[in-house]
Design a protein around this ligand. Sequence first.
Ligand code: SAM
Length: 271
Amino acid sequence: MISFVGAGPGAPDLLTLRAADRLARADVVVWASSLVPEDVLVHVATGAVVHDSAGMTFEDVVGVYSSVSDGARVVRLHSGDVALYSAVQEQVDWCVAAGRSFEIVPGVGSLAAAAALLGRELTVPGVAQTVVSTRVAGRTAASMPAGESVAAFASHRTTMAVYLSAARPEQLVDELLDEGRGYPPDTPAAFVVRASWADERVVLTTVGGLADAMRADGARTAALVLVGPALAGAAPRCHLYDPAYAHGYRRRSLPGTTSGRPTGATPGGNR
Ligand SMILES: C[S@@+](CC[C@H](N)C(=O)[O-])C[C@H]1O[C@@H](n2cnc3c(N)ncnc32)[C@H](O)[C@@H]1O
């Protein structure tokens, strides 16, 4: 069994219980020292064979998988969550073609860790209800489908998370502004570096000041850019806990009354 495991954003206590379990029982672990801090390996049992994939090719990695039987417990660690920018798909496809059993264990993504560090919700009622996760196209421009540039999404002016782009501050800001069609220059922005690592840091700025802030910090990897009006200011209240808003688990309560559970609702439901 090959377990593709989300290693979380970096802190060794931000893995899921399932991830820690898979690491503790692994015979073979493949991890990328360039993306996952070594502290996370604290969950690996003594005796497991550990490979650092930082200098390996896809062929090298699947070579490790091929060198052990399907009964061996292999863990491949991916930074953050496995669903975004993890290169897991080519490995899953290899497993399917090779007849190898596999599972995916989701992890805490860097987006969640960055938002937590900022102390902000990214979907604030009336301000932003959509989060765009994207990247600037650099050396891997061929990976970007038509219509998916940062500029193409910037006109929505909602919350945007930009991965893998710390080395291209000018290009990023040019695309965010998109010659007046994108975010206004005074839109709040944050440069979040190594969220949850011991040396995590945040630079709060605006879209107009973002390139300078990124250059001044100098971080090139494990750095996420967040932009959008949800990053600043007091939020309006959401409907869910508004006394005047009824839903399946609570009646509308008028001023001076207490809220009641609608008939038929189950005590303890929706936990
Ligand atoms: C190869 S992608 C992997 C993303 C990962 N699958 C996730 O869910 O976060 C690496 C990019 O994720 C972001 N990243 C990963 N860990 C981070 C962290 N601890 N703090 C800030 N950004 C991080 C950075 O944008 C980095 O360039």
